[in-house]
Design a protein around this ligand. Structure first.
Ligand SMILES: NC(=O)c1ccc[n+]([C@@H]2O[C@H](COP(=O)([O-])OP(=O)(O)OC[C@H]3O[C@@H](n4cnc5c(N)ncnc54)[C@H](OP(=O)(O)O)[C@@H]3O)[C@@H](O)[C@H]2O)c1
Length: 277
């Protein structure tokens, strides 16, 4: 990864931070997004320790509003070179919240931020570039309701989160189709059930369930970051695109996540919402 630039959203915690540090150790320059100054400084200190020679950079942004996604995407697009983009920042919300754009918060942060930032950086990724999208096996059992993508009719935190992760896999599928032959690859992944800060701020029952389940069943962030690192850096993954990975191996997502019509429809709706011109 010597001389390469890796952009990671949400590298201030969990698997994003571990992946950033490991890729820096391999020689990469890391450019990451953060929304909390103290956590950004903390990550930056770890990156400088991992690779002191590289000019790592941070861009502050709350990725739940379209204006911020576009602003930071525009800033990132001015980087002189981009080799890898890791779409990672995400969360689960127990209660329905609407962003200033009138979007449901989970859909905005977990799906639209991936969509907007990827589209703004696509032209900057040269042949050999890689887009890595952190999805989840939580998509299993989820089904998209195109008449209610903003979950206005009913809202339960985990199913809404699951749908956003289904969106990630459909997004990756349509993205890979659109960029086929360009020399840039796009893959999605499930990191496993990982003991990160994920869910800590979600509130409600889910927070309690995760708090109890993490010490029993979850893997470490170190283990959870491995598939991100693999897809971002391994020569073995260089020519693979449009695939869903788990434990550094191809996995089969659900039939809903393999539906090309839904992938295309979701892309078109997202493009209308994003209004990138
Ligand atoms: N943990 C699991 O078991 C698991 C399983 C499957 C998939 N995933 C996926 O893995 C990804 C990373 O999650 P994690 O487990 O590493 O969780 P985490 O420790 O909570 O890290 C999430 C990252 O996203 C950032 N973020 C959250 N909301 C944001 C916002 N509004 N604007 C900008 N950045 C924001 C966080 O920033 P702050 O530091 O400011 O909070 C943090 O850097 C997510 O996409 C998640 O869906 C996790």
């Amino acid at each position: 990864m010597q001389g390469k630039t890796v952009i990671i959203t949400g590298a201030t915690s969990g698997i994003g931070e571990v992946a950033a540090v490991h890729l820096a150790e391999q020689g990469a320059r890391i450019v990451f997004t953060a929304r909390d100054k103290a956590r950004a400084d903390d990550t930056m200190a770890k990156l400088h320790k991992a690779n002191p020679a590289a000019d790592h950079a941070v861009h502050m942004a709350d990725l739940s509003t379209l204006a911020e996604m576009k602003r930071v995407g525009g800033e990132l697009a001015r980087e002189p070179r981009i080799d890898v983009l890791v779409n990672n920042a995400g969360a689960l919300f127990n209660k329905r919240q609407e962003t200033v754009d009138g979007l449901e918060m989970t859909f905005a942060l977990n799906h639209m931020a991936y969509f907007v930032i990827t589209n703004l950086l696509l032209g900057k990724l040269k042949a050999g570039g890689r887009i890595v999208t952190v999805a989840s096996n939580a998509h299993r059992g989820a089904r998209l309701d195109f008449d209610d993508l903003q979950s206005r009719r009913s809202y339960v935190g985990f199913p809404v989160y699951s749908r956003s992760k289904l969106c990630n896999i459909l997004f990756n599928r349509e993205l890979a189709r659109r960029i086929a032959g360009s020399g840039v690859t796009a893959n999605a992944l499930h990191p496993g059930f990982v003991a990160t800060r994920f869910g800590d701020n979600s509130g409600g029952l889910m927070r309690t369930v995760l708090k109890v389940a993490k010490p029993i069943g979850a893997i470490s962030p170190e283990e959870g970051a491995q598939t991100i690192i693999y897809l971002a850096s391994s020569p073995q993954a260089a020519d693979v695109s449009g695939v869903y990975f788990y434990e550094c191996k191809p996995a089969t997502p659900t039939a809903e996540a393999r539906n090309d019509e839904d992938a295309k429809r979701l892309w078109e709706i997202s493009a209308q919402i994003a209004d990138l011109g």
